[in-house]
Design a protein around this ligand. Structure first.
Ligand code: PGA
Ligand code: ZN
Length: 432
């Protein structure tokens, strides 16, 4: 009997951090090993990413996933039972072929990613090692440098401000645990400042403070004050990281800043961001221009890419071919890695490898709709991605990831923290 052959697959409908249904998959192997994973869900999605299959119709705003769940329990289970869970590539190839569409729109990317990750968990369990160790195969790994949201905006806060994520990176931290300590102080200081200025209105989808600001830039100013009030030197101890998520408000080279009632063209948008990079301690910028604006991405990267991390998220959608093309054209210098954008672990890993081969920064990332599932922590550590993005420093679907990192750090030792070396040396220092 081969103990790693898939014996059964079962999916159920569970609920995510926005109170929406999502797909949980469980895989049991002949030898008794078990794996489980839950599909996350994005709100500011790239147009080329794998499709979350939703049922439509009146119930739950059309967001139900009964069809995706029954695809797992039906044709996916039938196809995968008997396959070897240790052969992730073959399992994922079977999922891709069974679906037969470029974006997993038939079976649902939510169905395929839950199954693919559950198979991975089962294989690690059969090997008797934690998932990160199964992935690293004995190669040296590091705990990632986290980027952690302080204010949430964009699609995660009813578009109260245009910019989606105002985050911090604890560049001065010597360990993952210390990075969390420092971030916790900044988060507390930001909360205090919001309260004092009468703007404390709860939190956005990923747990960052609700962005009750009069301009996008006001949030940057408040963030710098929070870093200072927490007792840190902005840009040295703690730097700012932005996810502009510009595809949400930009199309055809035009950008509409709703909050400020301004419309910018591509050059204006680049200029505004460069101005911010000159005046604020910004170490990293994600999707500065829209997914349909490679020219803008290239212009921004040409201006600051030697000092600042420029990440493609919606722009690259965790797709290896897109990463290679972007590297060649110098559209950005880092890639966000979101498993459900790709739809299988194998495709996610291919995008990661393409990023590594290009010398890109690699940031494994959660989605705005999350659960207690901590698979991404193991991917970022086991693949030695160097960075992890999970959202803010509140709400248990976020804290579950940070806490899992602490457990891994206890096993691995704090000497193996990626730290600021994953960024360009001048990241966070003001542009000249
Ligand atoms: P999403 O956003 O999960 O809502 O798509 C996260 C991000 O843009 O990084
Ligand atoms: Zn993003």
């Amino acid at each position: 009997m081969n103990r790693t052959l898939i014996e059964s697959i079962h999916a159920r409908r569970v609920w995510d951090s926005r109170g929406r249904p999502t797909v949980e998959a469980e895989v049991r192997l002949r030898g008794g090993a078990f794996g489980r994973a839950i599909a996350p869900a994005g709100a500011s999605r790239g147009m080329h990413e794998a499709i979350d299959l939703r049922d439509g119709g009146p119930p739950l705003g059309g967001m139900d996933v009964r069809n995706a769940v029954s695809h797992v329990n039906g044709e996916i289970a039938t196809r995968l039972i008997g396959m070897d869970a240790q052969d992730q590539r073959a399992v994922d190839a079977a999922l891709i072929a069974l679906d037969g569409t470029p974006t997993k729109s038939r079976l649902g990317g939510n169905a395929t990613i839950a199954v693919s990750m559950a198979v991975l968990h089962a294989a690690a369990a059969a090997a008797g090692v934690p998932l990160y160790a199964y992935l690293s195969q004995g190669r040296p790994v590091r705990l990632p440098l986290p980027e952690i949201q302080i204010f949430g905006g964009g699609a995660h806060a009813g578009r109260r401000v245009d910019i989606q994520d105002f985050m911090v990176m604890a560049l001065g931290a010597r360990s993952f645990a210390q990075a969390l300590d420092m971030t916790a102080e900044v988060y507390r200081a930001a909360g205090r400042l919001m309260e004092e200025s009468g703007r404390l209105q709860g939190v956005a989808d990923e747990g960052g403070f609700w962005p009750a600001f009069n301009s996008n830039e006001e949030a940057l100013g408040m963030l710098v004050r929070a870093i200072e009030q927490a007792g840190y030197v902005p840009g040295e101890d703690v730097a700012i990281s932005l996810d502009v998520a510009a595809s949400e408000f930009g199309r055809n080279g035009r950008y509409t800043l709703g909050l400020e009632r301004r419309e910018l063209d591509r050059d204006g948008m680049v200029e505004m961001l460069l101005d911010w990079c000159q005046r604020y301690p910004i170490a990293s910028v994600e999707d500065p221009l829209a997914e349909d604006d490679p020219e803008g991405m290239r212009a921004f990267t040409a201006a600051v890419g030697h000092r600042i991390q420029v990440i493609g998220d919606d722009f690259l959608v965790t797709n290896a071919d897109r990463v290679r093309a972007a590297a060649q054209a110098r559209h950005c210098n880092a890639v966000l890695i979101k498993p459900n954008q790709a739809g299988t672990v194998t495709e996610t890993h291919a995008a990661f490898e393409a990023g590594m081969a290009a010398g890109f920064g690699t940031i494994v990332s959660a989605r705005s709709g999350e659960t207690e599932d901590v698979t991404i922590v193991h991917l970022s550590t086991g693949w030695d991605a160097g960075q992890l993005k999970v959202g803010s420093f509140s709400r248990s679907e976020r804290m579950a990831k940070w806490n899992e990192c602490l457990r891994l750090e206890e096993v691995l030792g704090s000497a193996v923290f990626a730290g600021r070396e994953v960024l360009p040396p001048q990241a966070g220092l003001p542009l000249p």
